[in-house]
Write a protein that binds this ligand. Structure first.
Ligand SMILES: *Cc1c(COP(=O)(O)O)cnc(C)c1O
Length: 363
């Protein structure tokens, strides 16, 4: 028997299941499974990445100063309190690695993002899942779930895969009720979809136990580039920078993200298009008898009668080249998560679901 064994906790990690990108035997698929911006990246970001490609023999900036300054000026934040990562996934991993180990607890909600559990286990800590209330983050349940061993509390606001969010007052109540040694992490992956929302930044100004993560993978349309960032108290940024590899973000990714964050017109257009087709889609689904919560994100969690109907609909959509996301792994077996595509994709999706419903009716 081999003596070579992984650290405790590692073998408890189930492999992350990403959104599918292909259907066997079907070409011209429409991918609505990974919450990507259907408009793609800003053209200015594409140009910046192409230009950066010419100097790929050089190592990237290791302090990410230009990108941190661009984010700081756009978001009104101190660049010294920003850290950049290979996606916000890497920032989540740094937080777990630095603040949670064997015997420590990492809290997150019932339908919370998969990386919280994965990163907690990778750090040897104990993941603790807390109930939501009707698919909404429940602050009382989170506070009740805290113990003296709680080190990190992750909430995505708005949340994936539910699409719901809680108010700034509720977030403040959560931060203020946490035990002394616990850090609240606000995952703002979808914050830009909420007009005028600061993702919790104002609340952080008065507290030293709150941290925020953000990403270029969603509204910025740069999921392939792998860039995310964190913002928090200077002391925590200092800790995270000690475990961060010096060249963790590539020069193309840094250049693309910097151009993307400065292109506010593109973000405003992406947010407006998303809001328009999101309300159209949720209403069309409701007319077909498919309920969903009001979404604050770029996806809708469509609820079906039962697991069998959700799976049958998914199979039907796949045959038409429409790829959506099953969320049984998020304890939502009766639902499908559907990214808001462009107009053509939304119309094709609704036509297909109408076809599914009428076939079901005659079956
Ligand atoms: C997509 C997503 C992220 C982003 O991850 P990246 O590593 O930045 O691509 C983070 N949190 C949530 C809740 C997400 O849905």
């Amino acid at each position: 028997m081999t003596q070579i064994t992984p650290q405790p906790g590692i073998m408890d990690i189930a492999l992350y299941q990403g959104g599918a990108a292909h259907v066997a035997g079907v070409s011209n698929t429409i991918k609505l499974s990974s919450n990507e911006n259907p408009l793609g990246p800003s053209p200015l970001a594409i140009t910046a990445m192409q230009e950066a490609a010419a100097t790929m023999h050089r190592h990237p900036s290791s302090d990410h100063l230009a990108l941190r300054q661009a984010i700081g000026s756009v978001e009104g934040l101190n660049p010294d309190q920003i850290i950049c990562g290979a996606g916000s996934d890497e920032i989540i991993a740094f937080l777990c690695q630095c603040y949670a180990g064997p015997g420590d607890e990492v809290l997150y909600t019932e339908h919370g993002f998969a990386m919280y559990r994965i990163s907690a286990l990778a750090a040897g800590a104990t993941p603790v899942e807390v109930k939501e209330r009707e698919r909404v983050t429940d602050v009382d349940a989170l506070l009740a779930g805290c113990t003296a061993r709680t080190k990190l509390v992750f909430i995505a606001n708005p949340n994936n895969p539910t699409g719901t969010m809680i108010s700034a007052a509720e977030v403040a109540r959560l931060a203020d009720g946490l035990p002394g040694g616990a850090l609240l992490v606000l995952d703002g992956a979808y914050a830009e979809y909420v007009e005028g929302f600061d993702a919790g930044a104002a609340l952080m100004a008065e507290r030293d136990n709150v941290f925020m993560t953000r990403t270029f993978s969603k509204i910025y349309g740069l999921g392939g580039a792998r860039v995310g960032w964190g913002y928090g108290p200077a002391a925590i940024i200092d800790v995270l920078n000690r475990v961060r590899g010096p060249f963790n973000v590539s020069s193309t990714a840094l250049a693309g993200a910097e151009a993307a964050v400065r292109d506010r017109a593109y973000i405003d257009r992406s947010r407006a298009e998303n809001a328009k087709w999101r309300s159209w889609l949720s209403q069309a689904l409701a007319e077909l008898g498919i309920a969903s919560d009001t979404s604050c994100t770029n996806f809708i969690l469509a609820r079906f009668a039962d697991q069998a109907e959700a799976e049958a609909c998914d199979t039907y959509l796949q045959a038409q080249g429409l790829i959506v996301r099953r969320v049984a792994g998020y304890r939502l077996p009766c639902a499908l998560r559907i990214t808001i595509g462009d107009e053509a994709a939304c119309r094709k999706l609704v036509a297909a679901i109408a076809g599914f419903k009428s076939e079901q009716g005659t079956a």
